[in-house]
Every structure is written in structure tokens, then in C-alpha cells.
Ligand binder design. Structure first.
Ligand SMILES: [Ca+2]
Length: 250
């Protein structure tokens, strides 16, 4: 019993620290709530499923993807214009870098291919979103993810801003010359910074911005689980102490 309590206490301490101790270079989008402009209809296949949460799961071998049918031509003949993918960080955060690991298919991953935007409230209104001005950027760095899947990494830096909602708006889902048309797809969308104040706590139930909140969308990090573990550990320790005290008293 003593060992179990000690283990529970140690686990609760470690998990609680993990939930609240943010360093400046943490990916604070990890496990947060995804936001997308159109619902995903790409069916599960041998490589898994493609819901939006797959671009926030910390695994560069799982991805969010639309289908070619989802990706329409707009009135100006631009394929895939204004499709966006984003994240609700759950609270305001100070951020200064975003890394996008694109799939080989889909959007133009270069400077002209997309815009980063942010806001602190009212994400349903386009008027809320402001463009992020980059101060440094490295585009199209080819990488191999697991299972030999290829990706292109864009490392994007900017002066620190405060934001709760962050998104990448795709201008066209083609290559640089507009020749190859394919659906936008992102292996991983990483946002670097620190949560403001008590922002480590994700707003409970605030998933209204997630059109595709499917079965696997549940954020994989957050404070709810450590909090429960801590409460169980404390309760166990208290009851154990009381039992010992009662035993001594006898
Ligand atoms: Ca992933």
C-alpha cells in the first residue's frame, strides 16, 4: 500500500509539473483543439484516419488531410483558395514561432502559398483575424517521417504576439506553378511559446470551433487527468494516514 501511494504521489507530481511548466520552446499546440474551414471527408485507410486532431498529436507520421473533392476551384479559378487549418490553444498565449510539417501533396509550402493569422477572441468572425508578419522563415525543408513518408517543413518566426487562436490560410492547393492540384494536408502544426497566466488549463467543453470533432479528437494533454491523479493520491494518502493513526490509537 505504501509503495502504491508513493508511486501515485510521484506520478501526480510529475504529471502536474508536465501540465504547468512551460518553457519558451514548448509546442503549446500539442493536443489542443483543432479548427478547420471545411469538414474532413477523407475516409480511413490502411495508413489510418485523417481528422484534424492528427495534425496536433505530436506525431509527424499522422496527418490531417482533405480530399480532392473537398478542395474546390474558386470563382477566380484558384484551386483550394482560402482553405485553413488552425488551433484553439485554450487560453491566451505568447507565441513567436510556428513550424508546419506539410505533406508532399496539397498546398504551396512557399512564401506565396499561405498566410499565418491569429486572434484572441471571436474566431468565428473573419474580422478578428490579423496576419502574422514573419521576421525569419525557412521553407520547404524536405524530411522523411516514419514509414518513409515524406514531408516539407516550414520554420516560421515572428515578433512575440499574444494569441489564443492561430491558423494557416492556404492561398492555393497546387505547386508553385499552379500545375499540380491536390488536397491540403499537414502532418503536424506546431506553435511555440508560453501560455499566459493560468493558460495551461484548457477551457472545458470549448470545442465549438471544431467542425470535425470526431471520436479521436479528444486532446491528449491537459490538466484534467493529472488533477484527478493528484486528488486520488491525496485521498489515498489521507485515508492511509488516518488508518495508521486509528491503528496506533488502538
Ligand atoms: Ca501528426
Amino acid at each position: 500500500m505504501k509503495k502504491m501511494i508513493a508511486a501515485l504521489c510521484a506520478l501526480s507530481l510529475v504529471t502536474a509539473m508536465g501540465a504547468t511548466a512551460f518553457a519558451a520552446d514548448d509546442n503549446i499546440a500539442l493536443g489542443k483543439t483543432p479548427m478547420v474551414s471545411i469538414e474532413n471527408t477523407k475516409p480511413e485507410d490502411a495508413n489510418g484516419s485523417y481528422e484534424a486532431a492528427k495534425a496536433l498529436d505530436g506525431n509527424r507520421d499522422t496527418r490531417w488531410s482533405l480530399t480532392k473533392d473537398d478542395t474546390k476551384m474558386d470563382a477566380n479559378g484558384v484551386f483550394g483558395a482560402d482553405i485553413w487549418f488552425g488551433v484553439d490553444l485554450g487560453a491566451n498565449a505568447k507565441i513567436d514561432a510556428i513550424t508546419i510539417v506539410w505533406d508532399t501533396a496539397g498546398a504551396d509550402h512557399s512564401e506565396e502559398g499561405f498566410t499565418l493569422q491569429y486572434c484572441t477572441e471571436n474566431p468565428d468572425s473573419d474580422a478578428s483575424w490579423k496576419d502574422i508578419t514573419l521576421t525569419d522563415a525557412k521553407y520547404d525543408q524536405e524530411v522523411t517521417n516514419g514509414k518513409n513518408s515524406k514531408g516539407y517543413v516550414d520554420e516560421l518566426k515572428f515578433d512575440e504576439i499574444e494569441a489564443r487562436y492561430v491558423r494557416v490560410v492556404v492561398h492555393k492547393a497546387t505547386n508553385k506553378n499552379g500545375e499540380y492540384k491536390s488536397e491540403p494536408s499537414i502532418w503536424e502544426f506546431e506553435v511555440y511559446g508560453t501560455m499566459s497566466g493560468d493558460g495551461a488549463t484548457q477551457t472545458p467543453g470549448d470545442d465549438t470551433q471544431t467542425p470535425d470533432d470526431g471520436k479521436d479528437d479528444t486532446p491528449k494533454t491537459g490538466v484534467e487527468f493529472p488533477a484527478v491523479v493528484a486528488m486520488v493520491a491525496v485521498a489515498a494518502a489521507v485515508s492511509f494516514g488516518m488508518a495508521r493513526a486509528a491503528k496506533k490509537a488502538r
